[in-house]
Design a protein around this ligand. Structure first.
Ligand code: GYE
Length: 305
């Protein structure tokens, strides 16, 4: 059950803050772009940023947050790797009187609440991302596809919600079938390995829905290794909008990707300034994301990360 503790910690108004940023891992371009966005913004404002990288371990991320608490930072930006294991970190910061802002991933809503346990969640609407991917696939495949789904990190909010948004949308289309679904941990090589196994077991697959671009790129490699033509034999849709994905769209190997922006620096720091100034912050701050396909990939590839 949720801890019924005092209210959300407050911070005093200052010109500059010393803040923590607890990153989940750095093994993909999305994470690297996000970290750079946070560091650039800290530099621009003259704030001190205490940065940690949990290297793909929720346990290390809990320890990272604890070390930030020990260093008495003013506030903590946390990208919780998984929904449940990071709850203790959120609660420990609260007990220590340090406000937490969740960035890009959320925690289990039955165990921690915005406005009480943490300030707010800033990020994309993952259910909507899954829905948009499903909508594009239904249209492109004329309502008929045997789909392999590559899920993100097990127990992470984007994996849970991207799965749900997609499934909810395609369920009204009888010809759209998910023939296999497995986690590739949001990673390129894991995505390649899982795609290889699932393609062997499901040779009639006509589409791949990957929860992020890195796994989609891995799936392209798996298809090519199996002698299939990505984009022709198997249609691929995913989420993020990385440079490699936009290039794959231009090359005809991938169909589309739903944008999920990693550029959190400005909105994250602005939100903390508003909070420090005494403003009431809404429980969710949702990024407005675009959609990339053959019609616009060329236009955006140069500015992509
Ligand atoms: O899509 C993925 C990253 O949490 C929204 O995590 C983020 C996701 C993003 O590793 O590429």
């Amino acid at each position: 059950a949720r801890e019924a503790l005092a209210q959300l910690p407050k911070i005093t108004k200052k010109d500059t803050y010393r803040v923590g940023f607890a990153q989940t891992e750095s093994n993909n371009p999305w994470r690297i772009a996000q970290t750079k966005s946070m560091q650039d913004e800290a530099k621009k404002r003259g704030w001190q940023l205490v940065y940690t990288d949990a290297a793909g371990s929720a346990a290390k991320q809990v320890a990272d947050v604890n070390s930030m608490i020990a260093q008495k930072v003013d506030a903590i930006f946390l990208a919780p790797r998984e929904e449940k294991p990071l709850i203790p970190a959120v609660m420990q910061a609260k007990r220590a009187g340090i406000p937490v802002i969740l960035l890009d991933r959320s925690v289990d809503p039955s165990l921690a609440k915005a406005g009480e346990d943490y300030v707010t969640f800033i990020g994309s609407d993952f259910i909507e991302e899954g829905r948009r991917a499903g909508e594009w696939l239904v249209k492109t495949m004329n309502g008929k596809a045997n789909i392999i789904e590559l899920q993100g990190t097990t127990g992470s909010s984007p994996a849970n919600d991207r799965r749900k948004g997609f499934a909810d949308f395609i369920k009204d289309h009888a010809g759209m079938k998910i023939v296999a679904s497995q986690s590739g941990d949001f990673a390129r090589d894991k995505g390649r390995q899982v795609a290889e196994t699932l393609l062997q077991a499901n040779p009639t697959a006509t589409a791949i829905y990957a929860h992020n671009d890195e796994m989609a790129i891995g799936a392209i490699a798996a298809l090519e290794a199996a002698g299939k033509k990505p984009g022709t034999d198997v249609t691929i849709v995913s989420i993020d909008g990385t440079r490699d994905a936009l290039q794959a769209i231009i090359d005809g190997k991938m169909g589309a990707t739903v944008e999920c922006s990693p550029f959190f620096g400005p909105i994250a720091f602005d939100t903390l300034v508003r909070f420090g100034g005494g403003e009431t912050i809404p429980p969710k701050i949702i990024n407005q994301d675009r959609f990339f396909d053959r019609a616009n990939a060329k236009q955006f590839v140069a500015e992509a990360y």
